[in-house]
Design a protein around this ligand. Structure first.
Ligand code: SF4
Length: 352
């Protein structure tokens, strides 16, 4: 993930070997309230090609290597969650066929971390389907973090809401990154989740920053929200000061048994627009194509890369040799001539 040292973007932007490009919509320095929702909406409303061009210019300026980071998701504590996130098959209250499992043993996690390292990973992320970690969970997670760190791997976690002291304990144990998503715009949030408030999420992100951890934070689109509400989500993310180092943009995967199953699917071009707007408003963040990528097909994914996505979730059996999904990804990246970053996250859990 990229440094947050220089977040100032001028009104002009240069692409290598081209003339300077003047933006009609100002790109502002990143400070608190830098991106009012109106300004984000103005980006969404641009003609598609203008939006993608603008996003691609900023993308090249901030990521001259043009590489794509690979991230892999693996759960260490699956299912049985007490929360009611309307998209999530791991919520205990929804009949989705996901079985609640106990947290993995430290030894199992360390074996997975070792295998990840041997396969070239430099970062290993651990997560769990919890509202928030309990004290007894914390001790176990801290041990995992400490031991994984001792292997020479970067560490990442997604464990639900954190208190200030929990974030500090994770930092002290050697955690580098914490994932916690805002999910959607504040005004749409209650349509999706009732068991925790938007402010709870912002508080956790604050604790994570205060502890000195790097932030991975994004959301989900296609949950029935309006364009303005998508703009509201992006504005919230972009106005975090500093904005997240990593911004996962998920396309809702509708799971039978969850309340959000059966919605009309989002227009794929609107998803591409969301990626482009995330790139423009958070120019130095790794914008990650996350859930829903499989359903998009190659052409939409290619447009997302053009729009500035530069991280993908990679098959969760990455460390096995016969992973057809990972193979599809390799083929697609090769077709597009995209390099991969020498970092593979072995990410555990998807709790936001
Ligand atoms: S997203 Fe996380 S907190 Fe929400 S129900 Fe799923 S596992 Fe629980």
């Amino acid at each position: 993930m990229e440094s947050m040292m220089d977040q100032t973007v001028g009104h002009e932007s240069k692409v290598e070997n081209t003339q300077p490009v003047t933006f009609q919509t100002p790109v502002k320095p990143i400070t608190a309230e830098t991106w009012p929702v109106e300004d984000v909406m103005a980006l969404f409303d641009l003609p598609f090609n203008d939006l993608l061009f603008k996003a691609q210019v900023l993308h090249r300026e901030n990521f001259p290597n043009g590489d794509v980071e690979l991230a892999t998701l693996l759960s260490i504590k699956t299912g049985g969650c007490e929360e009611d996130c309307g998209y999530c098959p791991q919520a205990a209250r929804y009949d989705t066929g996901v079985e609640a499992k106990k947290m993995m043993d430290v030894r199992e996690v360390l074996n997975a971390a070792k295998a990840a390292r041997e396969s070239g990973a430099t970062r290993f992320c651990m997560g769990a389907a919890w509202r928030s970690p309990k004290d007894r969970d914390m001790e176990k997670v801290e041990t995992m973090v400490r031991e994984v760190k001792a292997m020479g791997l970067e560490t990442c976690a997604t464990l639900g809401m954190l208190k200030e002291e929990q974030a500090q304990r994770l930092k002290d144990a050697g955690l580098d990154y914490y994932n916690h998503n805002l999910d959607t715009a504040p005004e749409f949030y209650n349509n999706v989740i009732s068991t925790r408030d938007y402010q709870d999420r912002l508080d956790t992100l604050g604790h994570v920053r205060t502890a000195g951890l790097k932030v991975c934070c994004g959301g989900i689109v296609g949950m029935g929200e309006t364009r303005r509400q998508r703009a509201g989500l992006i504005a919230q993310l972009a106005n975090l000061n500093p904005y997240p180092e990593s911004v996962p943009v998920n396309h809702l995967v509708q799971v039978e048994g969850t309340p959000l199953h059966g919605l009309d699917p989002l227009d794929p071009l609107e998803f591409v627009r969301t990626i482009a707007v995330a790139r423009i408003t958070m120019p130095k963040a790794r914008v990650r194509l996350s859930a829903g990528r499989r359903q998009m097909g190659e052409a939409v994914q290619a447009m997302c890369f053009l729009a500035g996505a530069n991280s993908i979730f990679y098959g969760d059996k990455l460390l096995t040799t016969d992973n057809p999904e990972a193979e599809d990804d390799r083929v697609l990246l090769e077709k597009l001539g995209l390099k991969t970053r020498g970092v593979v996250e072995k990410k555990a859990g998807s709790c936001s």
